[in-house]
Design a protein around this ligand. Structure first.
Ligand SMILES: Nc1ncnc2c1ncn2[C@@H]1O[C@H](COP(=O)(O)OP(=O)(O)OP(=O)(O)O)[C@@H](O)[C@H]1O
Length: 279
């Protein structure tokens, strides 16, 4: 699979304080990549550096095969960015907002209609943006970000402050875009969200990546060396994951109901690695 993003030895400081420290990562084309970490870990800073909004102290950044040069315009035709300050004009209707952004990115009216329908905004297109619900506003920001059919979409905490049902809608949109070929770079501090959505995750803590892999590989890597056997009479037995211990356990009286391996969730793994919760 081709590389979509490569970060090599990236360091960023603000007034002498290190925000990112020798960061390395690779995002493959077509994947949903979760960049996970608590508040202040450096997630937004990484997106700003990858999209040329900030300049690093050192390190190399490659996006879609080209080095990132702050202010380089050709990158913007190929990427979409959704952050909490993506914004739109409150006093304009949904369609008027999209027409304005379409003019900047030279997108056709047909594409506007397609996006309105894809994001379930068609019936709200003549409403002023200020009258939209929070979930619909988030859809409008998505619409703006994908109007020009970017190959790569940066989503900075796309479900922060949304209720569970609206978050589910946003997850469905992310999956839909990804299934149409868009690579997604997603930041979140919500580990359940990452576990559900992402093909690959990186744990960011205090400016560097402490672990990365597919959610299922990480869960296996940090799984306890034990399985739990549950019997019909309600008793439970924990045994080591080796053939002899299992053989012994299976000899026990009582009818066996289930055998489960003990795999931690991403939240537990992050806590184990960093001693920090993801707040
Ligand atoms: N413009 C800036 N000037 C000074 N310090 C900054 C600036 N931008 C970010 N920082 C600092 O860099 C560190 C990383 O911030 P960043 O916003 O990237 O974290 P984050 O992981 O996105 O957090 P959150 O989840 O709260 O958005 C923090 O310590 C923050 O205070």
């Amino acid at each position: 699979m081709d590389e979509c993003i490569r970060i090599a030895n990236l360091t960023k400081t603000f007034q002498g304080k290190t925000a990112l420290n020798q960061l390395n990562c690779v995002v493959k084309q077509g994947e949903i990549y979760g960049f996970l970490g608590p508040s202040g870990a450096g997630k937004t800073t990484t997106i700003k550096l990858l999209t040329g909004q900030l300049k690093p102290q050192s390190g190399e950044l490659t996006v879609l095969g080209k080095p990132v040069v702050p202010g380089r315009n050709d990158l913007y035709s190929q990427i979409g960015v959704l952050t909490d300050n993506s914004g739109f004009y409150e006093k304009m209707t949904v369609r008027e907002n999209l027409k304005l952004f379409a003019r900047i990115s030279q997108t056709t009216d047909t594409r506007i209609q397609q996006v309105l329908e894809q994001l379930g905004l068609a019936e709200h297109q003549n409403k002023k943006a200020e009258k939209l619900s929070r979930g619909m506003k988030q859809r409008l920001m998505f619409a703006r970000a994908i109007l020009h059919q970017p190959k790569l979409l940066f989503l900075d905490e796309p479900t922060a402050n949304l209720d569970p049902s609206t978050s589910e809608d946003v997850h469905a949109l992310i999956r839909q875009m990804n299934s149409q070929g868009t690579t997604i770079f997603l930041t979140t501090h919500n580990m359940e969200e990452a576990q559900e959505l992402c093909d690959h995750v990186a744990f960011l803590n205090e400016g560097h990546i402490v672990e990365e892999g597919t959610p299922s590989d990480l869960r296996l890597k940090y799984a306890e060396d034990a399985v739990e056997l549950r019997y019909k009479d309600g008793t439970c037995l924990r045994v080591r994951k080796d053939a002899e211990a299992l053989r012994e356990a299976l000899k026990q009286d009582g009818q066996l109901l289930t055998i489960h391996s003990q795999e931690p969730d991403l939240k537990t793994i992050f806590l184990q690695l960093t001693g920090r919760d993801l707040r």
